[in-house]
Design a protein around this ligand. Sequence first.
Ligand SMILES: C=CC1=C(C)c2cc3[nH]c(cc4nc(cc5[nH]c(cc1n2)c(C)c5CCC(=O)O)C(CCC(=O)O)=C4C)c(C)c3C=C
Ligand SMILES: [Fe+2]
Ligand SMILES: [Fe+2]
Length: 337
Amino acid sequence: MLPSDHPSVTTGGIGILLVNLGTPDAPTPEAVRRYLAEFLSDKRVVEIPAIAWKPILHGIILRTRPARSAHAYAQVWTDKGSPLAAITAAKAEALQARLGQGVRVDWAMRYGNPSIPMKLEALKAAGCDRILIAPLYPQYSGATTASVMDSIGDALRAMRWHPALRTLPPYYDDPAYITALEQDVAAQVEALDFVPEVLLLSYHGMPERTLHLGDPYHCQCLKTSRLLGERLARRFPGLRIETTFQSRFGRAKWLEPATETVLENEAKAGTRRIALAAPGFSADCVETLEELAIRGREVFEAAGGERYATLACLNDREPGMAMIEALVRRELAGWWA
Ligand SMILES: C=CC1=C(C)c2cc3[nH]c(cc4nc(cc5[nH]c(cc1n2)c(C)c5CCC(=O)O)C(CCC(=O)O)=C4C)c(C)c3C=C
Ligand SMILES: [Fe+2]
Ligand SMILES: [Fe+2]
């Protein structure tokens, strides 16, 4: 009997696996420690030889950071759990509704739960022998996009019978993404009860060294900003748009300018009304809801700023979902109408 004829094996299905970074299971120091231990042991994320990094990670970082980060998570936790997980789940559900029953949409996290190997196995068990892996990172980086594929590779190594795979390319300059951002950001700016003088486009940072080693992340962020900036300049002629990098981690030099520094300098230089958008995050998370919305405001106001607003990420609202639908339909061409 040929394997494909085996009566107990269902095949012929198409799956889509949306993947995001990952998040702790609870806003507690213990859960955050487990999550950070996995995340910060990934050589794609911390590119320091293990012999030098392990003592720092286990001796200092995992002893001090979990309590501080748990406090940050506790301030943004929802009744559906971590915002990043809840919104990623909502995106998968919304995409499933848009695509109908011809494909099976699921989601996974690179670190923590639900894991990529577990969800890949589940899609296969449900009969999907063609699977589109869709990392929800508009801009490619080794630390995020490539790390997702490392995990897919690990999962495949444990499988005898692989599904066929495709991957969603980075979409940092895709007109569908730029249009979604333009619509979503413009609607939110118009709904503010003040007129911002400056709009910061804040991206997650990376060590500056990764840029010199050839990581395209920085260039892709700048291109997103240029394309989005050109669109927004037509709608808001008086609005000054600046690109910044947030979430510095560790002692190495990170991409600049740092969001926090710019917030302080803008206020000191006389800017009174500012808005922030985070186009590199497909879903709101601790980095946008706590670092930008809470701590960023404190920095800006302490330096003399008066009006401050952080705009929501694309999340599971219409413009962002229309974009993901268009992107995945394009990638499924030939597999599915
Ligand atoms: C959007 C792209 C991201 C890149 C690029 C990225 C690189 C990167 N991150 C760290 C360290 C941390 N990041 C943390 C949280 C976090 N990072 C991203 C995205 C990118 N990271 C997201 C979406 C989140 C939020 C997760 C959530 O649960 O909501 C954290 C944990 C939070 C904390 O303790 O402050 C760390 C640590 C490095 C070192 C890095 C590049 C090398
Ligand atoms: Fe990060
Ligand atoms: Fe942070």
